[in-house]
Design a protein. Structure first.
Length: 120
């Protein structure tokens, strides 16, 4: 049987804690795969930790893959875990892709994407 020294145990625990230290989306509006009856006016993403707004953002692509005009991404002043991005144009019916990136206050960067639909 292999024995671990206290230092090895601390190092292993540090690696596990570090792996979970990235900002993770907990909720979004619109939600992934949601079908909306009207064009959304903003994208809201709630993360597992505080964000750095200047290094975080969202791009919304229309069904043809063209970027939709959005406003500047901001962190909600009442909740530093929530990223808010205004959508400047009314979205026509179709499937839209949200491409997001976020940097947590711990300086870890993560990115991902999801889709939603607009049906009127």
């Amino acid at each position: 049987m292999r024995k671990f020294t206290p230092l090895a145990v601390i190092a292993l625990l540090g690696m596990v804690a570090g792996a979970e230290a990235h900002p993770v989306p907990k909720a979004t509006a619109p939600k992934p795969n949601e079908v909306l009856s009207a064009s959304p006016t903003e994208i809201r993403m709630d993360f597992s930790e505080g964000l750095v707004a200047v290094f975080s953002g969202v791009e919304v692509d229309d069904p043809a893959g063209k970027a939709v005009e959005t406003g500047t991404a901001v962190v909600d002043p009442k909740n530093d875990r929530e990223l808010v991005v205004p959508i400047k144009a009314k979205l026509a019916p179709g499937t839209y892709t949200v491409k997001w990136h976020a940097v947590g206050t711990d300086t870890h960067r993560v990115a991902g994407h999801y889709t939603f639909q607009v049906k009127m």
